[in-house]
Ligand binder design. Structure first.
Ligand code: SN0
Length: 315
Protein backbone atom coordinates (compact mmCIF):
# COMPACT_ATOMS: atom_id res chain seq x y z
CA UNK A 1 0.00 0.00 0.00
CA UNK A 2 1.45 3.39 -0.98
CA UNK A 3 1.35 6.26 1.51
CA UNK A 4 -1.67 7.91 -0.12
CA UNK A 5 -4.92 7.00 -1.86
CA UNK A 6 -5.30 9.47 -4.69
CA UNK A 7 -5.89 7.44 -7.88
CA UNK A 8 -6.39 3.90 -9.25
CA UNK A 9 -2.59 3.56 -9.22
CA UNK A 10 -2.73 3.51 -5.41
CA UNK A 11 -4.78 0.29 -5.42
CA UNK A 12 -2.30 -2.55 -5.68
CA UNK A 13 -4.77 -5.44 -6.09
CA UNK A 14 -8.21 -4.45 -7.38
CA UNK A 15 -9.77 -7.92 -7.27
CA UNK A 16 -8.55 -8.46 -3.72
CA UNK A 17 -9.66 -5.00 -2.60
CA UNK A 18 -13.18 -5.45 -4.04
CA UNK A 19 -13.47 -8.83 -2.32
CA UNK A 20 -12.25 -7.39 1.02
CA UNK A 21 -14.58 -4.38 0.79
CA UNK A 22 -17.57 -6.65 0.14
CA UNK A 23 -16.60 -8.69 3.23
CA UNK A 24 -16.42 -5.46 5.28
CA UNK A 25 -19.95 -4.72 4.14
CA UNK A 26 -21.07 -7.95 5.83
CA UNK A 27 -18.96 -7.40 8.96
CA UNK A 28 -18.59 -3.61 9.31
CA UNK A 29 -17.43 -3.63 12.94
CA UNK A 30 -14.80 -6.38 12.68
CA UNK A 31 -11.96 -3.84 12.98
CA UNK A 32 -13.52 -1.60 15.61
CA UNK A 33 -10.25 -1.34 17.60
CA UNK A 34 -8.00 -0.60 14.64
CA UNK A 35 -8.67 3.15 14.66
CA UNK A 36 -8.56 3.72 18.43
CA UNK A 37 -6.88 7.07 19.21
CA UNK A 38 -6.54 7.88 15.50
CA UNK A 39 -8.06 10.98 13.92
CA UNK A 40 -9.24 11.42 10.34
CA UNK A 41 -9.40 15.02 9.13
CA UNK A 42 -11.79 15.79 6.26
CA UNK A 43 -10.94 19.03 4.48
CA UNK A 44 -13.55 20.38 2.04
CA UNK A 45 -13.01 23.16 -0.45
CA UNK A 46 -16.41 22.25 -2.01
CA UNK A 47 -19.85 20.88 -1.15
CA UNK A 48 -20.33 17.21 -0.29
CA UNK A 49 -23.07 14.87 0.90
CA UNK A 50 -22.09 11.25 0.22
CA UNK A 51 -18.34 11.64 0.40
CA UNK A 52 -18.51 13.48 3.71
CA UNK A 53 -21.07 11.25 5.43
CA UNK A 54 -19.88 7.88 4.10
CA UNK A 55 -16.26 8.61 4.99
CA UNK A 56 -17.23 9.69 8.52
CA UNK A 57 -19.31 6.54 8.88
CA UNK A 58 -16.40 4.43 7.58
CA UNK A 59 -14.05 6.02 10.12
CA UNK A 60 -16.55 5.41 12.94
CA UNK A 61 -16.85 1.74 11.95
CA UNK A 62 -13.07 1.50 12.48
CA UNK A 63 -13.22 3.31 15.85
CA UNK A 64 -11.60 6.52 14.54
CA UNK A 65 -12.43 10.09 15.52
CA UNK A 66 -13.10 12.61 12.75
CA UNK A 67 -12.65 16.37 12.31
CA UNK A 68 -14.50 17.98 9.39
CA UNK A 69 -13.39 21.39 8.15
CA UNK A 70 -15.01 23.42 5.35
CA UNK A 71 -11.80 25.27 4.74
CA UNK A 72 -13.10 27.56 1.98
CA UNK A 73 -16.01 28.78 4.12
CA UNK A 74 -14.54 28.71 7.61
CA UNK A 75 -10.79 28.90 7.16
CA UNK A 76 -8.32 31.42 5.82
CA UNK A 77 -7.98 31.59 2.08
CA UNK A 78 -4.93 29.52 1.13
CA UNK A 79 -2.08 30.56 -1.13
CA UNK A 80 -0.52 27.69 -3.11
CA UNK A 81 2.06 29.46 -5.27
CA UNK A 82 5.61 29.73 -3.98
CA UNK A 83 7.71 32.85 -3.72
CA UNK A 84 4.76 35.26 -3.91
CA UNK A 85 4.36 38.39 -1.82
CA UNK A 86 1.18 37.57 0.10
CA UNK A 87 -0.34 41.04 0.13
CA UNK A 88 -3.66 39.96 -1.49
CA UNK A 89 -6.63 37.94 -0.19
CA UNK A 90 -4.99 34.65 0.87
CA UNK A 91 -3.89 35.00 4.50
CA UNK A 92 -2.18 31.66 4.89
CA UNK A 93 0.10 29.45 2.78
CA UNK A 94 -0.65 25.79 2.12
CA UNK A 95 2.87 25.01 3.40
CA UNK A 96 1.91 25.97 6.95
CA UNK A 97 -1.80 25.07 6.84
CA UNK A 98 -1.23 21.49 5.60
CA UNK A 99 1.54 20.90 8.14
CA UNK A 100 -0.70 22.11 10.98
CA UNK A 101 -3.63 19.92 9.92
CA UNK A 102 -1.29 16.95 9.47
CA UNK A 103 -0.09 17.54 13.02
CA UNK A 104 -3.65 17.29 14.36
CA UNK A 105 -4.69 14.26 12.26
CA UNK A 106 -3.31 10.81 11.38
CA UNK A 107 -4.91 10.74 7.92
CA UNK A 108 -6.29 13.65 5.88
CA UNK A 109 -8.97 13.57 3.17
CA UNK A 110 -9.03 16.50 0.74
CA UNK A 111 -11.79 17.64 -1.64
CA UNK A 112 -10.71 20.31 -4.13
CA UNK A 113 -12.69 20.69 -7.38
CA UNK A 114 -11.28 22.30 -10.52
CA UNK A 115 -12.02 25.91 -11.42
CA UNK A 116 -12.72 24.74 -15.03
CA UNK A 117 -10.98 27.92 -16.22
CA UNK A 118 -7.38 26.80 -16.68
CA UNK A 119 -6.81 23.16 -17.59
CA UNK A 120 -3.10 23.10 -16.91
CA UNK A 121 -3.53 24.62 -13.48
CA UNK A 122 -6.51 22.39 -12.56
CA UNK A 123 -4.81 19.19 -13.71
CA UNK A 124 -1.66 20.13 -11.78
CA UNK A 125 -3.66 19.16 -8.65
CA UNK A 126 -2.01 21.86 -6.56
CA UNK A 127 -4.13 21.23 -3.45
CA UNK A 128 -3.85 17.44 -3.45
CA UNK A 129 -0.12 17.53 -4.13
CA UNK A 130 0.42 20.42 -1.72
CA UNK A 131 -1.15 18.42 1.09
CA UNK A 132 0.87 15.33 0.10
CA UNK A 133 4.01 17.38 0.27
CA UNK A 134 3.45 19.34 3.49
CA UNK A 135 0.97 17.43 5.70
CA UNK A 136 3.32 14.58 6.57
CA UNK A 137 0.42 12.08 6.86
CA UNK A 138 -1.40 9.85 4.33
CA UNK A 139 -3.75 11.78 2.01
CA UNK A 140 -7.05 10.49 0.63
CA UNK A 141 -8.49 12.11 -2.48
CA UNK A 142 -12.14 13.02 -1.77
CA UNK A 143 -12.50 14.32 -5.40
CA UNK A 144 -9.77 16.41 -6.84
CA UNK A 145 -9.67 18.43 -10.03
CA UNK A 146 -9.11 15.34 -12.18
CA UNK A 147 -10.08 12.22 -10.19
CA UNK A 148 -12.57 10.76 -7.69
CA UNK A 149 -11.10 7.37 -6.71
CA UNK A 150 -13.36 6.59 -3.71
CA UNK A 151 -16.37 6.93 -6.02
CA UNK A 152 -14.86 4.68 -8.68
CA UNK A 153 -13.86 2.01 -6.19
CA UNK A 154 -17.45 1.94 -4.84
CA UNK A 155 -18.72 1.82 -8.45
CA UNK A 156 -16.67 -1.29 -9.18
CA UNK A 157 -17.82 -2.95 -5.95
CA UNK A 158 -21.38 -2.28 -7.13
CA UNK A 159 -20.77 -3.73 -10.60
CA UNK A 160 -19.10 -6.79 -9.06
CA UNK A 161 -22.15 -7.33 -6.80
CA UNK A 162 -24.69 -7.03 -9.62
CA UNK A 163 -22.95 -8.57 -12.63
CA UNK A 164 -24.47 -11.73 -14.07
CA UNK A 165 -21.66 -12.62 -16.44
CA UNK A 166 -17.89 -12.79 -16.08
CA UNK A 167 -17.22 -9.97 -18.54
CA UNK A 168 -20.16 -7.54 -18.56
CA UNK A 169 -20.66 -4.77 -21.11
CA UNK A 170 -20.35 -1.49 -19.22
CA UNK A 171 -21.32 1.76 -20.98
CA UNK A 172 -20.54 5.16 -19.50
CA UNK A 173 -22.68 7.77 -21.22
CA UNK A 174 -22.48 11.54 -21.24
CA UNK A 175 -25.85 13.17 -20.42
CA UNK A 176 -27.07 16.77 -20.49
CA UNK A 177 -26.71 19.26 -17.64
CA UNK A 178 -27.40 22.92 -16.97
CA UNK A 179 -23.93 23.67 -15.61
CA UNK A 180 -20.31 22.99 -16.48
CA UNK A 181 -19.22 20.00 -14.38
CA UNK A 182 -15.75 18.56 -13.72
CA UNK A 183 -14.30 15.59 -15.62
CA UNK A 184 -13.17 13.94 -12.36
CA UNK A 185 -15.87 11.26 -12.07
CA UNK A 186 -15.72 10.04 -15.70
CA UNK A 187 -11.89 10.29 -15.81
CA UNK A 188 -11.65 8.26 -12.64
CA UNK A 189 -14.22 5.63 -13.62
CA UNK A 190 -12.39 5.15 -16.95
CA UNK A 191 -9.06 4.88 -15.15
CA UNK A 192 -10.36 2.19 -12.76
CA UNK A 193 -12.04 0.32 -15.63
CA UNK A 194 -8.56 -0.17 -17.13
CA UNK A 195 -8.00 -2.65 -14.30
CA UNK A 196 -11.43 -4.35 -14.37
CA UNK A 197 -12.55 -7.23 -16.61
CA UNK A 198 -15.35 -5.77 -18.76
CA UNK A 199 -16.20 -4.57 -22.27
CA UNK A 200 -16.01 -0.86 -21.60
CA UNK A 201 -17.70 1.70 -23.88
CA UNK A 202 -17.95 5.46 -23.54
CA UNK A 203 -20.74 7.26 -25.42
CA UNK A 204 -20.64 11.05 -25.78
CA UNK A 205 -21.51 13.76 -28.28
CA UNK A 206 -18.76 14.82 -30.64
CA UNK A 207 -16.20 17.08 -28.99
CA UNK A 208 -16.75 15.69 -25.48
CA UNK A 209 -13.77 13.30 -25.56
CA UNK A 210 -11.99 12.97 -22.22
CA UNK A 211 -8.22 12.95 -21.77
CA UNK A 212 -7.11 9.91 -23.82
CA UNK A 213 -4.76 8.90 -20.99
CA UNK A 214 -7.82 7.71 -19.05
CA UNK A 215 -9.91 6.32 -21.90
CA UNK A 216 -7.25 4.51 -23.94
CA UNK A 217 -8.73 1.04 -23.28
CA UNK A 218 -12.37 2.05 -23.90
CA UNK A 219 -14.39 1.84 -27.11
CA UNK A 220 -15.56 5.39 -27.86
CA UNK A 221 -18.86 6.06 -29.64
CA UNK A 222 -20.87 9.14 -30.55
CA UNK A 223 -23.99 6.99 -31.06
CA UNK A 224 -25.73 6.41 -27.71
CA UNK A 225 -28.41 4.04 -29.15
CA UNK A 226 -25.76 1.85 -30.74
CA UNK A 227 -23.60 1.80 -27.59
CA UNK A 228 -26.57 0.84 -25.37
CA UNK A 229 -27.26 -2.39 -27.33
CA UNK A 230 -26.57 -5.48 -25.17
CA UNK A 231 -25.30 -3.28 -22.32
CA UNK A 232 -25.34 -4.81 -18.83
CA UNK A 233 -24.55 -1.54 -17.02
CA UNK A 234 -25.30 2.06 -18.01
CA UNK A 235 -23.29 4.62 -16.02
CA UNK A 236 -24.65 8.11 -16.60
CA UNK A 237 -22.63 11.28 -16.03
CA UNK A 238 -22.35 14.77 -17.42
CA UNK A 239 -19.00 16.43 -17.87
CA UNK A 240 -17.78 19.66 -19.45
CA UNK A 241 -15.39 19.66 -22.38
CA UNK A 242 -11.78 18.65 -21.79
CA UNK A 243 -10.53 19.96 -25.13
CA UNK A 244 -12.53 23.22 -25.22
CA UNK A 245 -11.71 23.31 -21.56
CA UNK A 246 -14.59 23.74 -19.12
CA UNK A 247 -17.19 24.56 -21.79
CA UNK A 248 -20.59 22.94 -21.20
CA UNK A 249 -22.37 21.43 -24.22
CA UNK A 250 -25.89 22.88 -24.50
CA UNK A 251 -29.08 21.74 -26.27
CA UNK A 252 -28.43 18.01 -26.07
CA UNK A 253 -31.71 16.90 -24.42
CA UNK A 254 -31.70 13.85 -26.71
CA UNK A 255 -28.86 12.43 -24.56
CA UNK A 256 -30.98 12.28 -21.37
CA UNK A 257 -31.34 8.66 -20.18
CA UNK A 258 -34.94 7.39 -20.07
CA UNK A 259 -36.66 4.11 -19.23
CA UNK A 260 -37.33 3.55 -22.94
CA UNK A 261 -33.59 3.65 -23.62
CA UNK A 262 -32.86 1.21 -20.78
CA UNK A 263 -35.45 -1.16 -22.21
CA UNK A 264 -33.34 -1.41 -25.36
CA UNK A 265 -30.32 -2.76 -23.39
CA UNK A 266 -29.61 -6.19 -21.92
CA UNK A 267 -31.75 -5.33 -18.85
CA UNK A 268 -28.97 -2.96 -17.89
CA UNK A 269 -28.46 -1.72 -14.37
CA UNK A 270 -28.55 2.08 -14.13
CA UNK A 271 -25.74 3.87 -12.29
CA UNK A 272 -25.03 7.49 -11.33
CA UNK A 273 -22.70 8.85 -8.64
CA UNK A 274 -25.26 11.48 -7.44
CA UNK A 275 -26.24 14.23 -7.07
CA UNK A 276 -28.44 13.87 -10.16
CA UNK A 277 -30.80 16.45 -11.63
CA UNK A 278 -33.95 14.53 -12.47
CA UNK A 279 -35.43 15.03 -15.92
CA UNK A 280 -32.29 16.78 -17.11
CA UNK A 281 -29.69 14.00 -16.77
CA UNK A 282 -31.95 11.00 -16.11
CA UNK A 283 -35.76 10.89 -16.50
CA UNK A 284 -37.98 10.05 -13.51
CA UNK A 285 -39.18 6.86 -15.21
CA UNK A 286 -35.59 5.55 -15.32
CA UNK A 287 -34.61 6.83 -11.85
CA UNK A 288 -37.63 5.13 -10.28
CA UNK A 289 -37.36 1.91 -12.31
CA UNK A 290 -36.04 -1.49 -11.28
CA UNK A 291 -32.98 -0.81 -13.45
CA UNK A 292 -31.56 1.59 -10.86
CA UNK A 293 -28.79 0.44 -8.51
CA UNK A 294 -27.94 4.04 -7.63
CA UNK A 295 -28.75 3.61 -3.92
CA UNK A 296 -26.49 0.52 -3.72
CA UNK A 297 -23.74 2.58 -5.31
CA UNK A 298 -24.15 5.31 -2.67
CA UNK A 299 -24.29 2.77 0.16
CA UNK A 300 -21.11 1.06 -1.04
CA UNK A 301 -19.27 4.36 -0.58
CA UNK A 302 -19.04 3.53 3.14
CA UNK A 303 -17.19 0.28 2.58
CA UNK A 304 -14.96 1.58 -0.19
CA UNK A 305 -13.83 4.32 2.22
CA UNK A 306 -13.58 1.86 5.11
CA UNK A 307 -11.28 -0.45 3.17
CA UNK A 308 -9.05 2.45 2.11
CA UNK A 309 -8.82 3.70 5.72
CA UNK A 310 -8.06 0.16 6.92
CA UNK A 311 -5.27 -0.20 4.34
CA UNK A 312 -3.77 3.15 5.37
CA UNK A 313 -3.99 2.30 9.09
CA UNK A 314 -2.28 -1.08 8.62
CA UNK A 315 0.29 -0.19 5.95
C1 SN0 B 1 -19.84 17.03 -8.93
C2 SN0 B 1 -19.16 16.53 -10.20
O1 SN0 B 1 -17.95 16.27 -10.18
O2 SN0 B 1 -19.84 16.37 -11.22
C3 SN0 B 1 -19.75 16.00 -7.84
C4 SN0 B 1 -20.11 14.60 -8.20
C5 SN0 B 1 -19.79 13.60 -7.14
N1 SN0 B 1 -21.23 17.33 -9.21
C6 SN0 B 1 -21.72 18.55 -9.16
O3 SN0 B 1 -21.00 19.49 -8.90
C7 SN0 B 1 -23.22 18.74 -9.41
C8 SN0 B 1 -23.62 20.19 -9.28
C9 SN0 B 1 -25.02 20.52 -9.76
O4 SN0 B 1 -25.32 21.70 -9.68
O5 SN0 B 1 -25.76 19.67 -10.26
Amino acid sequence: MPNHFCSAEDCSDLTGWIREALILKETPYSDKLLGANKTLGLIFFNASLRTRLSTIKAAQNLGMETITFNVNKEGWQLETAHGVVMDGDPAEHITEAAAVMGGYCDILGIRAFPTLLDRKEDYSEKYLLGFQEYAGVPIINLESAALHPLQSFADLMTIEQHKKKERPKVVMTWAPHVKALPQAVPNSFSQWMQHYDADFYIAHPEGMELDAKFTKNATLSCDQDEAFKEADFIYVKNWSSYHDYGEPLKNQQGWMVTLEKLQRTHQAKLMHCLPVRRNVVIADNAMDSRHSIIQDQAYNRIFAAQLVLKKLLTR
